[in-house]
Design a protein around this ligand. Structure first.
Ligand code: NIG
Ligand code: FE
Length: 424
């Protein structure tokens, strides 16, 4: 199939886009993409590709932008219940970490998740995944972390494997047993840290070999924050995970700067995520490394806070910046990378071009899949979007509505746009 006549074809060729190189979109005007099966077979100008492929089934993208599918490299896709009541409390002035300390927050979602069956968890996550897909995300990372006990954490891993298998979307799975101190260990955080590092991680490793032998090991992530896991506890868990061969991620500097970002660099983590309170020294360490800085602007927005990732400093220092939604029930229930882009442009001062690169090729690097996704290049997966706009700068500029017209995933076309009113 030939997708042709795209007003702008954004290839995002090459990458990762480090520092000031961020925002190279590799635009081909009047562009075309040839898809063979699930893969991209050729890229070029429409006139040339059409002339060389007479009779090829075609999809006309006149007036549209064609770009790689969004990669969302940080989500907490799977949980039970919701926290609408807490949102109301937060808006009346209570702080997120105080709600957590009083047994609410993540812990209230943990209670709802532990009592939910795997079928319930899957059926509640499915519409979130569909909304992500409809908004142009073709691959998403998804974390466990609302079980905080071995059996429930394994149930969440299983549910994520089922969702990955049944949906057109690809899911990159992360084990986040260290999302919060489990309620049973409220007064013994070190006890829970030992449980995660000495018991859960080896069990997850064995479980994975049985249930997903063909997939690479999941990531292991830790919420490194004073009221969750302190620096030493984070080091213990990630160190143990690294020794078992798991690739690493970290939640760092969301509320306090306690050294999580430098720890991630020291341990060779694939990404360090959140990065709001990140210090100059941490930014310098990040910029010297291949650890991707994943910024989650929906989170400060969701918490009605005013401080965002210091993106300009990370870019100036030479870091690799990516964007994600952080979709979760507590701080940011939002499935749309387009909305993350709109926030990043306004509050992190990214140009639309930088935000697009951070949401595609760099985001693919943040989950180690840049060999397959994140750009439109020959041999890569045919995961791309047809936007109902003629200029990519509508991304960022517009917000709260969906600019995706069609999603192409593994070479198959899915229509999203309503297009027109139809009467019965
Ligand atoms: O990334 N920071 C920790 N985890 C989530 C929030 C989880 C929750 O509140 O349920 C986050 O913001
Ligand atoms: Fe998160």
């Amino acid at each position: 199939m030939l997708i042709h006549s795209a007003t702008q074809l954004l290839t995002l060729k090459g990458g990762p886009q480090r520092g000031r190189d961020l925002g190279s979109l590799g635009i081909i005007e009047d562009g075309a993409v040839l898809i063979r099966g699930e893969k991209i077979a050729a890229i070029g100008r429409s006139d040339e590709l059409r002339a060389s492929l007479p009779g090829e089934p075609s999809l006309d993208a006149t007036g549209c932008v064609v770009m790689p599918g969004f990669v969302d490299p940080h989500t907490h896709l799977i949980w039970g219940g919701d926290r609408s009541a807490e949102f109301a409390m937060k808006m009346s002035g209570m702080h997120y970490l105080d709600i957590l300390a009083s047994g609410g927050g993540i812990i209230s979602t943990v209670r709802a998740t532990r009592t939910a069956s795997i079928e319930t968890l899957i059926s509640q996550a499915r519409p979130r995944l569909l909304r992500m897909f409809a908004h142009g995300t073709t691959t998403a990372e998804a974390k466990t972390g609302y079980g905080l006990q071995t059996a429930t954490e394994l149930r969440l891993l299983k549910a994520l494997l089922v969702l990955d298998h049944e949906s057109p979307m690809d899911i990159s799975i992360t084990f986040l047993g260290a999302h919060a101190i489990a309620p049973e260990y409220k007064d013994d955080p070190q006890g829970y840290t030992d449980l995660v590092s000495c018991t859960m991680l080896p069990i997850v490793r064995q479980w994975w070999e049985v249930h997903a032998p063909r997939l690479p090991l999941p990531f292991v992530d830790v919420f490194c924050e004073d009221k969750a896991f302190n620096l030493e506890q984070s080091r213990q868990i990630l160190g143990a995970a690294g020794e078992l061969g798991f690739p690493l991620k970290i939640h760092a500097d969301e509320f306090d700067n306690i050294g999580g970002t430098s720890l991630a660099v020291e341990l060779g983590a694939v990404s360090a995520d959140h990065l709001v309170k990140t210090s100059g020294a941490d930014i310098a360490a990040l910029a010297r490394s291949d650890t991707v800085a994943v910024s989650l602007p929906c989170t400060p927005f969701g918490l009605a806070e005013h401080e965002y990732t210091p993106a300009e400093k990370i870019i100036d220092a030479g870091g690799i910046l990516a964007l994600a939604t952080d979709c979760n029930p507590g701080t940011a229930w939002n499935e749309s990378m387009q909305f993350a882009i709109a926030l990043a442009c306004r509050y992190m001062k990214l140009t639309p071009a930088q935000a697009v690169a951070a949401s595609t090729i760099n985001a693919a690097h943040a989950i180690r899949r840049a060999d397959r996704i994140g750009s439109i290049e020959e041999g890569k997966q045919a995961d791309l979007l047809i936007l109902s706009v003629p200029d990519y700068r509508h991304l960022g500029y517009r917000f709260g509505t969906n600019l995706v017209k069609q999603v192409v995933k593994h070479g198959r076309v899915y229509s999203v746009d309503v297009g027109y009113y139809r009467t019965a």
